[in-house]
Write a protein that binds this ligand. Structure first.
Ligand SMILES: Cc1ncc(COP(=O)(O)O)c(C=O)c1O
Length: 373
């Protein structure tokens, strides 16, 4: 019997198991030492590829730092967070006053949103994007001016600029964007932020910045340093593998940092802060995370290429692809097979966002996706 390529792939994948993908990408299994140092998630179903978590970490060094801080749990975290702010200020070349430590960057997004819309007004944001700031600000009375992404799923900066009015209190950029994984062209981004920050506050969510492969790609911290009306958010949840610990930070010029800081609610905690301090030094884990993310993306790309499903080139730890199936239907089919995938991102109901997992988890996703076509 002659098999077409799709049938072949299906049978080979199911019969040959994980080797098909290893053959395609040349990925090596983890050594015993790597397992200890980098702490991969144990395989169990449902495999959770729905929240863009790092499947590795906290690293051995971070875990040890947290254990060593165990007895400090009776202390309030303020002096500890001041120390972390010092380290982050050095890393980014800003004044410690410009760093605001938050309970995950989500707290930073929420308090920045309400700081600037407390007296009414609107936030301009792309659709779709990461919603934490906008949902929270809306609850407190802000209006959201949604600008659809363009035909390549990128930001429509021209349209955003056109919509700025006296009502606009903030422009929210998520770059790379979640869920589309797109990255703004560097020059466009800098020119846009430099000019728009003269008229309103620009917020640059850089949760996925570490995954950008261009070493010269700019961070909007450059504009913070010049005292422009720009706020940047960063997180320890992604490349550092600490999503459960809730620690992130904002970087803002002192005149904005002062205002935002007043609205802090959660802040972070001693263990997360001590872990974060160590994470900044653990270069080996950082590089490992990036390498494994690339490998997992290669498996996802290969799978989508074989299935002839279109996808966006990802600058993050997830891939947004056109499944051609309603996302809710695909979601329950995949869950039946033991894989939890991303939710719906209106208006892209026949697209799917899949986070990178460990190699084993990603292969499991790939096999099961193939099984559906
Ligand atoms: C773009 C973006 N910003 C911020 C966050 C929130 O991260 P954190 O864990 O720091 O609150 C996420 C989480 O997925 C995200 O995708």
């Amino acid at each position: 019997m002659e098999l077409n390529r799709r049938q072949w792939l299906k049978t080979t994948a199911l019969a040959g198991g994980f080797t098909l993908f290893n053959g395609l990408t040349g990925i090596q299994p983890l050594t015993a030492e790597e397992r200890i140092k980098f702490n991969p998630r144990p395989f169990s179903t449902p495999v959770r590829l729905s929240s863009n978590e790092n499947p590795y970490g906290p690293s051995e060094r971070v875990r040890t730092a947290i254990k060593n801080a165990f007895d400090e749990g009776c202390r309030y975290p303020y002096s500890y967070s001041d120390q972390l702010a010092e380290l982050l200020a050095q890393k980014h070349g800003v004044d410690p006053e410009s760093i605001i430590i938050t309970g995950g960057s989500t707290e930073g997004l929420k308090i920045a949103g309400i700081t600037f819309t407390a007296n009414g007004g609107e936030i301009i944001a792309a659709k779709p994007t990461f919603l934490a700031m906008m949902q929270y600000a809306e609850m407190w009375g802000a209006k959201i001016n949604w600008v659809p992404v363009d035909e390549h799923m990128g930001y429509d900066l021209q349209e955003i600029e056109k919509r700025i009015s006296s009502d606009t209190k903030m422009v929210f950029l998520c770059n790379p964007n979640n869920p589309t994984s797109t990255l703004l062209p560097a020059e466009q981004l800098t020119d846009f932020c430099a000019s728009v920050s003269k008229r309103t506050v620009v917020f640059s969510d850089e949760a996925y910045y570490d995954y950008i492969e261009d070493p010269n790609y700019p961070s909007m911290i450059d504009l913070v340093k010049k005292g422009e009306n720009v706020v940047v958010s960063k997180t320890f949840s992604k490349v550092y593998g600490m999503a459960g610990m809730r620690i992130g930070y904002l970087i803002a010029p002192p005149h904005l940092a002062q205002q935002i800081r007043r609205n802090i609610v959660a802040m972070s905690n001693v263990y997360a802060i001590e872990g974060a301090k160590e994470a900044l030094l653990d270069d080996e884990f950082y590089r490992f995370s990036l390498k494994k993310n690339k490998e997992a993306k290669a498996i996802i790309y290969n799978t989508l290429d074989h299935l002839e499903l279109p996808y966006i080139k990802s600058h993050t730890n997830f891939v947004f692809f056109k499944s051609g199936k309603n996302i809710n239907e695909l979601g329950s089919q995949m869950l039946d097979k033991g894989v939890s995938i991303g939710r719906a991102f209106p208006p892209f109901y026949d697209w799917c966002r899949i986070s990178t997992g460990t190699i084993e988890e990603t292969q499991f996703f790939a096999q099961n996706l193939i099984g559906l076509y």
